[in-house]
Design a protein around this ligand. Structure first.
Ligand code: PEP
Ligand code: MN
Length: 337
């Protein structure tokens, strides 16, 4: 349910509505907007009697949200949400590129790479330190040592970073270091982890599950928002289908659908869907053309030596080429780099 208040509603009226929601045993979510003041209401298991709110001062309308996802829905917030990570804004005209290795492997790797990425115009780094690997015998990540390396690189370059939180046990450690927390495809429906990052103050990069429907994807975001963290960037990274020619099938069609149904920004991971580096640029250009707010791309200074996902990791020069191509198409899409 959504309580819509007049644009000029006083703080006192807003506080009255918030109190009435809490007194009814429900949870208020203030939704800032330039065209109206709105308060989302969650926490109900059945229908709510709307009259107790519609008669309060400065309330214009009480709307039942028809979609199963509430706070994620455009019904509740018509304007795009802008998610800011240390000055990097997702959801406005700028196409944001997050780049870096699948996994942080060494200080040397990150020093060489971060310099090249910064030169290419990248504004945010990625790098896993806890890796969810299919095989328990594969490289699992450098854990806290990797976080220290990422923090050193941030200190040197001024570039913020995103890294994956794989469980609730290691989340507090990651939260101490990271600027943005990634929830990986395999954890999209790990509800205790979603609730835990929902209580975090850090912005979230939520990847679509390997076989998640749009509704399941939105519901995962809803778990996070229901706990009070509204700073979510969605990420399409390919889904499992019958096709064999790519690692995962990139669902470009989800981008305009997300834009229509939700106010949250969405970026695309072309690397995990392609599985091999020679397809990454084509998928990136397609995703941005379809309206993606940015990309998260795997890049390695020496992909053939990478400890994970080397085959799909771009060489730094390829990332530079991608950035140049994006700069050319951006104006045609009414966007900028
Ligand atoms: C990753 O970003 O390195 C990763 C493991 O991605 P996904 O969760 O999409 O597989
Ligand atoms: Mn990877």
């Amino acid at each position: 349910m959504l309580v819509v208040m007049s644009k000029t509603a006083s703080q006192q009226s807003i506080d009255t509505v918030i109190k009435a929601i809490k007194d009814a045993g429900l949870i208020p979510h203030c939704i800032p907007g330039t065209i109206r003041t709105a308060i989302g209401v969650t926490g109900n298991t059945g229908a709510i009697d709307t009259e107790q709110f519609s008669t309060l001062p400065d309330v214009i309308q009480v709307i039942r949200v028809t979609a199963p996802y509430k706070l994620v829905s455009r019904e509740i917030k018509p304007e795009n949400t802008l998610v800011t990570v240390c000055g990097v804004v997702f959801g406005n005209k700028q196409i944001q590129i997050i780049a870096g290795p699948c996994a942080v492997e060494s200080r040397e790797q990150m020093n060489i790479l971060s310099q090249k990425l910064q030169d290419a115009g990248v504004k945010m780094l990625r790098g896993g330190v806890f890796k969810p690997r299919t095989s328990p015998y594969s490289f699992q990540g450098l854990a806290e040592k990797g976080l220290e390396i990422l923090a050193e690189v941030r200190e040197k370059t001024g570039i913020p970073f995103v890294t994956e939180a794989v469980d609730t046990e290691t989340l507090p450690l990651i939260e101490q270091y990271a600027d943005m927390l990634q929830i990986g495809a395999r954890n999209m429906q790990n509800y205790s982890l979603l609730r835990a990052v929902g209580k975090s103050k850090k912005p979230i990069l939520l990847k679509r599950g390997i076989s998640a429907t749009l509704e399941e994807f939105f519901m995962a975001a809803e778990y996070i928002m229901a706990e009070g963290n509204y700073n979510i960037v969605l990420c399409e990274r390919g889904i499992r289908t019958f096709t064999q020619h790519n690692r995962f099938t990139l669902d470009i069609g989800i981008i305009p659908t997300v834009k229509q149904l939700s106010h949250l920004p969405i970026i695309v991971d072309p690397s995990h869907s392609a599985g091999i580096r020679d397809k990454v640029i084509a998928l990136s250009l397609g995703a941005v053309s379809a309206g993606a707010d940015g990309l998260i791309v795997e890049v390695h200074p020496y992909p053939e030596k990478a400890l994970s996902d080397g085959a799909q990791s771009l060489y730094p020069q390829q990332l530079e080429q991608l950035m140049k191509k994006l700069a050319i198409i951006a104006p045609a899409l009414d966007r900028c780099m």
